[in-house]
Every structure is written in structure tokens, then in C-alpha cells.
Design a binder for this molecule. Structure first.
Ligand code: CP
Ligand code: NVA
Length: 320
């Protein structure tokens, strides 16, 4: 008698590779690869036990120039839950010895490098000098791992990103850059409402607009938060002063005050709109305790998905 066919659930999907070999910035993923990371993220979230050995014997170095709760712990957990191991270090990369030397030391020991940096150049230099895949765990310019989890969260809520409107209210920073680059490539419409003088980098907007056109998404930039959130399906915000900008916090407060995502601004979005934040949040500044704790808030779902999305990313960069 023929053996029963295995349950489809217990057969992990074939894992495709990321051609760029790194995730230095969002654009390192083609739209098809971005789609594949998200599909795999949904799959590993639903069937995590099927991937317990997927990275057995693979080791990854985690380098952090800045503090972290979510990114650092979810990378450590993701690697461990896939059967691999990690080592980590806190401190400036390239201060005690050149970045190119750090990269080649690590290359002799580990299969991958995860780095949170101030300068994007540090991530780029690590990727240039190391054979091992390099993952940007946040730089001053981009936060691509965050956005993978955010897109997973939006797909869980809306089913599909095509045609949904995502509005970021606040600083044109790393998170805003990555969100505009990635959401639009999967067909979402992205609006950024920012205070004058705190807009995104012009070259990132130009690139996002070009990439969005192929995915069917749109990029819009405005100074008016009320206009920005009109008809929005999701409102996203982040701290007014990012890591490394703490000395500007007081001055920024004056400019950002009208951009607080409070209950009143949420009410101007679509009924059923979700509230998103990468965390950590400063309640009373960029948002309120009421919005964070409201039924609109998906912030902890985003945080949970960091684990699943990064597992998918690691599998696509590291599995054989
Ligand atoms: N959202 C995020 O990257 O959080 P951490 O700074 O705690 O890693
Ligand atoms: N824009 C913030 C994000 C923190 C996850 C920062 O860079 O500090």
C-alpha cells in the first residue's frame, strides 16, 4: 500500500535566494524578492516548528552602535529558533580598527552579519568587504527590517497592499524612507506629512517614486497632517528625534507639535484605520497613550512580526 502523502503543512516551501546577497537598504530586494520574503514570513509565523533546524550550524554576528530592544532580541531569537547561533557586540564599528578589517575578521568566523549603525556607509563598507551577507538593522538612512514586519502586519489586516493608503506623520527619517521605498513597490499609496525642514532626502523620494511606478503605488509628500491622513487606511508615526539626534529634541518639539498623532487626527482617517509605530514610542509627543492603547493600534503586532519577518529574511539570505 502506498504511504500516505505528507501533509502540505509539514513541507516547508522551497526557499529562494536574494540575488543582491545583502540587505543594505530596501532596494536590495527586487519586488519579487520582497513578495517572497513576505510570503515566507507568513509561512514561518504559521508553521514555525517546520523551520527549527533550517539554520543549524550557521552563526551570525550582531553589531550594534545604537541601543535596541526589538531588533536585537528578535534577531537573537530568530537565529536561535532556526537552529543557528549568534554572537553580539555593542560599540562603534570602525573606531578601534577600520571597518574593512572588522568585515574580514568576521568573515573568517560567521555566516552572516547584522549591523545597526549611525552611518549608512558603515553598512555599505561591511557589505563591500565581507563575503558573508550583511543585514542593515537600522542606519541613519534606512530601517528595512522594520518595514518587512510592518508590511506583514498590513497584509494580515488588509489582505493585500494594493491600493491601500499608508500615511506617515512626522520626521522624514530612516523609517519613513524605508516605508516609502517598500510599501509602494507592492502597490500601496504612501503619503508623508512632515514639518517644514524635516522632510525626507530628495534622492530617496526620487528613487521611491521611480520604483513605485513599477509596483502601482504612489508617493505623495505634504506639510499638512490633516490632508495627509484623509482616507488613510494606516497612520504611522515615529519619534520626533531619532537616536543620535537627542540634542535636537527640544528644538524639534516646537516644529513637530502639530504633527502629533492623537485621537483627533486618527478620527480624520478612514473608519477602521490602523495606528502603527516602530517603537519605542514617546507617549505625549508623537502620539498619545490613548492612541497607543486604542483598538486601532497594531504596534505590538508589528513588534511580534519582527521575529517572523527576520526569520524569512535570514532563510532567504543564508539557507543553502
Ligand atoms: N523598532 C525598533 O527597531 O526597535 P529597537 O530600536 O528596540 O530595535
Ligand atoms: N527613527 C528611530 C527608529 C527607532 C527604531 C531612530 O532611528 O531612532
Amino acid at each position: 500500500m502506498a504511504a500516505p502523502a505528507p501533509s502540505p503543512k509539514s513541507v516547508p516551501r522551497p526557499i529562494s535566494k536574494i540575488a543582491a546577497g545583502n540587505l543594505r537598504r530596501d532596494q536590495d530586494l527586487t519586488p519579487a524578492e520582497l513578495r517572497a520574503v513576505l510570503d515566507l514570513a507568513h509561512e514561518v509565523k504559521a508553521h514555525s516548528r517546520d523551520y527549527l533546524d533550517a539554520l543549524r550550524g550557521r552563526f551570525i554576528a550582531l553589531l550594534f552602535e545604537k541601543p535596541s530592544l526589538r531588533t536585537r532580541l528578535t534577531f537573537e531569537l530568530a537565529i536561535g529558533q532556526l537552529g543557528g547561533g549568534s554572537v553580539s557586540q555593542t560599540g562603534m564599528i570602525g573606531e578601534r580598527e577600520p571597518v574593512k578589517d572588522v568585515a574580514r575578521n568576521l568573515d573568517g568566523w560567521v555566516d552572516g552579519i547584522v549591523a545597526r549603525t549611525f552611518a549608512q556607509q558603515t553598512v555599505d563598507d561591511l557589505a563591500h568587504w565581507a563575503e558573508a551577507p550583511v543585514i542593515n538593522a537600522l542606519s541613519d538612512l534606512y530601517h528595512p527590517c522594520q518595514i518587512l514586519a510592518d508590511l506583514q502586519t498590513l497584509e494580515e489586516r488588509f489582505g493585500n497592499l494594493k491600493g491601500i493608503k499608508v500615511t506617515f506623520v512626522g520626521d522624514g527619517n530612516n523609517v519613513a524612507h524605508s516605508l516609502m521605498l517598500s510599501a509602494t513597490r507592492l502597490g500601496a499609496h504612501f503619503t508623508l506629512a512632515h514639518p517644514r525642514g524635516y522632510g525626507p532626502k530628495a534622492e530617496v523620494v526620487a528613487e521611491a517614486k521611480k520604483l513605485a511606478a513599477t509596483g502601482g503605488g504612489k508617493v505623495k509628500i505634504t506639510l499638512d497632517p490633516e490632508e495627509g491622513v484623509e482616507d488613510a487606511d494606516a497612520i504611522y508615526t515615529d519619534v520626533w528625534a531619532s537616536m543620535g539626534q537627542e540634542h535636537e529634541a527640544y528644538e524639534r518639539m516646537v516644529h513637530f507639535e502639530p504633527y502629533r498623532v492623537d485621537e483627533e487626527l486618527m478620527a480624520k482617517a478612514k473608519k477602521g484605520a490602523v495606528f502603527m509605530h516602530c517603537l519605542p514610542a514617546k507617549r505625549g509627543q508623537e502620539t498619545t497613550d490613548g492612541v497607543m492603547e486604542s483598538r486601532h493600534s497594531v504596534v505590538f503586532q508589528q513588534a511580534e512580526n519582527r521575529l517572523h519577518a527576520q526569520k524569512a529574511l535570514l532563510l532567504m539570505l543564508l539557507s543553502e
